[in-house]
Design a protein around this ligand. Structure first.
Ligand SMILES: [Zn+2]
Length: 364
């Protein structure tokens, strides 16, 4: 075995991204892809990655991007673009200082959100002209609700644009259940919850010559957390898809770079199994949202007076030290980091960062 590759800490693109994905698959681990909505959640993800010595994926949904820009902006489309650019710039500035490799991604974009991705590609082009690197590592296009031929040909068109900028694409085959920013629904046909290996082969044939891509395959995964028993995960779907491509083209094992959506609340052994079949990215949103909010709830419950009065009406004691937003936002960050500590262990990425040393000392 050759020595593990090393990359410069910071946001990775193009060949470096492929190196990172390969390191994950060769090393039998995956990276959490955490949805963020502001600097608090971005910084929590960076801090969690640094203290776990793991590389990480930071991503925004279109709704998250709009929120990042501010709900007060009247033009919602513009906000979705500006928010994503703003978040990416924040990560570009800070990532290297946390000493790990960071992948910048956008989440689901269905047919009506393709113009959002196209606008971001244009922003990426402008950024690259100035800084030599694009804004994002990879964008996701989710045309799983459309006909397969359209899904693949439109994904191919967009991959060509991305490839020119040293960027990658993530596509979706089959339909992840549950609800995420209006994409996906509760009442889809059961068969569609499972990607067919033939679909994966078809995508592989069309996309491989055009650039780097990853595939979100459906194997019974559902967005959100539902009561146990509602989800029947079948990672063998992933295994069969990899096997079909491998047999057809004589590739090495696990030729497809797979993404696991709806990982929140999944059984740990199914996660491990999915990783062994070539999953390098597992999206996490619902569980980290809860962790963030849970800590705020606890804090407010512990200090109810400070959320009703600036000064105690009886003792005259000022509550400023308690209601200072940094206090309760920090508790939220810490609890989100605690949930991510668990994710790095579950995905096997803890201690595996391939960023070259010179990490900054991080707080315990
Ligand atoms: Zn998803």
């Amino acid at each position: 075995m050759s020595a593990a590759p090393q990359l410069k800490p910071g946001v990775v693109f193009g060949e470096d991204y492929k190196t990172l994905v390969k390191a994950c698959k060769d090393g039998g681990y995956a990276l959490p892809a955490v949805n963020i909505v502001g600097t608090n959640t971005v910084n929590a993800v960076l801090e969690a990655a640094a203290r776990n010595n793991s590389d990480v994926i930071i991503q925004l949904s279109n709704g998250g991007a709009e929120f990042y820009a501010g709900k007060g902006l009247e033009d919602g489309f513009k906000a979705k673009v500006l928010g994503a650019v703003s978040a990416a710039q924040h990560v570009h500035l800070l990532a290297e200082h946390y000493g790990v490799c960071v992948v910048l991604h956008t989440d689901h974009a269905n047919k009506k959100l393709v113009p959002w991705v196209e606008a971001l590609i244009e922003e990426g082009r402008k950024y690259k002209a100035k800084h030599g690197v694009p804004l994002f590592t990879s964008h996701m296009i989710d045309l799983s609700e459309e006909e397969l031929d359209y899904n693949i040909s439109e994904s191919a068109r967009i991959l060509k644009l991305l490839n020119e900028l040293d960027m990658s694409i993530e596509i979706e085959l089959g339909c992840t259940g549950g609800e995420e920013d209006g994409v996906g629904s509760d009442d889809i046909d059961d068969a569609r919850l499972y990607t067919q290996p033939e679909e994966v082969l078809k995508a592989y044939d069309v996309l491989t010559p055009l650039g780097h891509f990853s595939v979100a395959a459906s194997f019974g995964n559902v967005h959100g957390v539902y009561k146990p028993g509602n989800v029947d995960l079948r990672p063998d779907i992933l295994k069969n898809s990899q096997a079909l491509v491998q047999e057809t083209h004589g590739t090495d094992a696990n030729p497809i770079d797979l993404v696991f959506h709806g990982g929140s609340g999944s059984e740990k052994d199914k996660i491990t199994q999915a990783i062994s079949y070539g999953v390098f990215k597992m999206n996490i949103d619902t569980d980290t949202q809860f962790a963030f909010s849970e800590a705020v709830g606890d804090y407010v419950e512990a200090h109810p007076m400070a959320f009703n009065y600036q000064i105690d009406p009886e003792t005259g004691e000022p509550y400023k030290k308690l209601y200072d937003p940094r206090k309760w936002l920090r508790e939220a960050e810490k609890n989100m980091i605690k949930r991510l500590d668990e994710a790095f262990v579950d995905l096997g990425s803890k201690g595996k960062s391939i960023a070259a040393a010179n990490k900054i000392e991080k707080a315990a």
